[in-house]
Design a protein around this ligand. Structure first.
Ligand SMILES: *Cc1c(COP(=O)(O)O)cnc(C)c1O
Length: 243
C-alpha cells in the first residue's frame, strides 16, 4: 500500500479505477453514437456481493450513485459509507420498505400498488427529510414471476406513486428479458417511458428517468434513451453464481 496525497492507493483501488475509466469511456462513446450528451447518463455502480470498502473506493474515485439489490446488505453498506446516493434496484418485500426508506434516495423496482402503499407508509415512519424517489419496474415480457409490473399495470402503479405526497415518481426501469435482443427490449421500454413522462411529469418531478442497461448491454440502453445505467461486474468483477 502506498500513500499519495493523503489517500491510500492499493491494488484493488487501481483495478477499480481502470474498470471505471473503461466503463466511463463506453458510456461516452455510446452517447456520442446516439447524439447524446454524456452528462445525460448517470452511472449507478451496483456493488452487491462486494464489500463496503469497494463502495468507499468507488466514492473516492468520484462515483456518486451506488445500487444494491438486497436490503440487509445495502443497509450495512449505507451505514458504513455515507455521502453517496443509494439506489435500491432489487426485488423488494414490503416488510423491508421501512428499512429501505431509511437510506435509499430512489427505489428502481416498484412493481405493485401494495408496494407503493408500503413505501409511502415507510417514508412517513422513517421521517425522511425528502420524498423517496420511485421508478416503476416494467416486466417487458409480461412474465409475472420475475420482477416488474406487467405492461398493462405500469400506468396504474405510476399513478399511485404520483398521487403520494411522500413519493416522487422519477420514471421507469427494466432489465432486458433473458433471450431478448437488448435493442428490442429497450425500444419497448422507451415507448413506455415516453407515455409515462408525458402523462405524469410535473414541474417538480419530471418522471423522465429511464433506468436501463447493465455491464453487457449499456450501449443498447443508451441508444434507446437510458438516463441511468446500472453497472456491476464491469466495475468490480464477475460475481460468484449466487450473487
Ligand atoms: C446486479 C444487477 C445489475 C448489474 O448487473 P451487471 O451485469 O453486473 O452489470 C443491474 N441491475 C440489477 C437490477 C441488478 O440486480
Amino acid at each position: 500500500m502506498t500513500i499519495s496525497q493523503g489517500v491510500f492507493v492499493d491494488a484493488r483501488t487501481s483495478q477499480i479505477a481502470a474498470n471505471l475509466a473503461s466503463v466511463r469511456e463506453r458510456i461516452t462513446a455510446a452517447c456520442h453514437a446516439a447524439g447524446r450528451d454524456p452528462e445525460s447518463v448517470t452511472l449507478v455502480a451496483v456493488t452487491k456481493t462486494y464489500p463496503a470498502d469497494d463502495v468507499a473506493r468507488l466514492a473516492e474515485l468520484g462515483v456518486t450513485d451506488v445500487g444494491e439489490n438486497r436490503d440487509q446488505e445495502a443497509a450495512a453498506k449505507a451505514a458504513a459509507v455515507p455521502g453517496v446516493r443509494w439506489h435500491f434496484v432489487g426485488r423488494l418485500q414490503r416488510n423491508k420498505a421501512r428499512s429501505v426508506a431509511g437510506y435509499a434516495d430512489t427505489v428502481h423496482s416498484v412493481d405493485s400498488l401494495r408496494l407503493v402503499d408500503a413505501l409511502a407508509d415507510a417514508v412517513v415512519k422513517a421521517e425522511r427529510g425528502a420524498a423517496l424517489g420511485a421508478l416503476v419496474q416494467v416486466s417487458l415480457d409480461d412474465d409475472e414471476h420475475r420482477g416488474g409490473a406487467l405492461t398493462g399495470q405500469v400506468e396504474k402503479v405510476a399513478e399511485a406513486i404520483a398521487a403520494s405526497p411522500v413519493l416522487a415518481l422519477r420514471g421507469v426501469m427494466a432489465v432486458a428479458p433473458l433471450g431478448w435482443e437488448p435493442d428490442e427490449a429497450f425500444a419497448r421500454l422507451a415507448a413506455i417511458a415516453a407515455r409515462i413522462q408525458q402523462r405524469f411529469s410535473a414541474p417538480d418531478a419530471a418522471a423522465d428517468w429511464i433506468s436501463a442497461g447493465m455491464s453487457d448491454d449499456l450501449e443498447s440502453a443508451i441508444q434507446h434513451g437510458s438516463t441511468h445505467v446500472r453497472v456491476g461486474s464491469a466495475l468490480l468483477g464477475k460475481r460468484t453464481p449466487l450473487g
